[in-house]
Design a protein around this ligand. Sequence first.
Ligand code: GLY
Length: 375
Amino acid sequence: MLFFKFSPYFHSSKKQQFTMNSIVTNDYSIHLDTNKYKALNQHIELLSPTKIVVLTDSNTHQFCLDYFNSKIEVKCSIEFKSIPAGERFKNIETCKELWQFFSEITLDRKALVINLGGGVVTDLGGFVASTYLRGLAYINIPTTLLSMVDASIGGKTGIDLDLLKNQIGLIVNPKAVIIDTHYLKTLPQEEFNSGVAEIIKHGLIHSVSYWNKVSKSKIVLDETLDGVIYQSILIKKEVVEKDPTEQDLRKTLNFGHTLGHAIESYSHLNKNFKHLLHGEAIGIGLILACHISNAVTGFPKDTLDKLVQVYNSYFVKISFTKTNIDEILNLLKFDKKNTNGKVNFVLLNDIGSYTIKGDVSLETIYNAFDFYLEL
Ligand code: GLY
């Protein structure tokens, strides 16, 4: 059994540049402050690309592109490409269409791809860029809360293999990430709440102080949101820098995702089941993971109860039949953390202290579903 605790503080970076509010990782900067587009334009000038492709989906093309275009200043030619919105287009066919487009417009190795969108656009756009001509530079401009606090940070790029989430991919860092909550103004509430699930996860895996902050009152789009996003990004940065290739610690970012991903995939696979957004499934996954943790490691019941209260303030409860649960558990065999056919669960001993456990019994998992169903 592996047992670790997070460091209680964040390291300050000597490489800080642009402004105090930029977060500098080992490899690239994340800009959140008022000078973020100045920073973006400086990055582009430094990269001096031969051509830029701005990738959007049909939503961000409609709601975000004009605003983005009003902020960007470039000397080279710029092309725009939009893909259909939705997880079901995060596949090899969409990649092929983009690679063909890159070929038609004769992108060379000095081209830059800017991904303007949510997790599908940043994951897929990063993957397409990183594999074309053995790797083009890319910059992420996340437009959803989920992508701001999770998907756009940390270099995971990839696509789904049919219904298996992110089964194909690479870890390649972007050249920069620009976080602008302006884009959240047009985001549907359920998409916003989907991002909140990852913020709640950060609270659980990191520290009592952050958990208290994010569980105390509802996270909404107001002047306090930037601070929450900033702290969530710092947590993700701390984890990714200590374990970029997910040998151990980075697995904590998957807390709640073992069952959460299986539930999400199942909800897309079974046409009679409500189609769940990533965070809607992860919200359930967090409750199940905390319940399993309570049974296996003694994770505090009062924190589990508080999590249920937080969950209820963002999400509607989902019903599962016994058959649904059996079929969801069957999907666990595809979890990317599995070793030797064993499902490795990330469990919490307490807030900010984790254990990787490979022998969670089926009974413990069914009990967790029973707990959720009785809420
Ligand atoms: N979204 C989990 C990770 O980046 O590791």
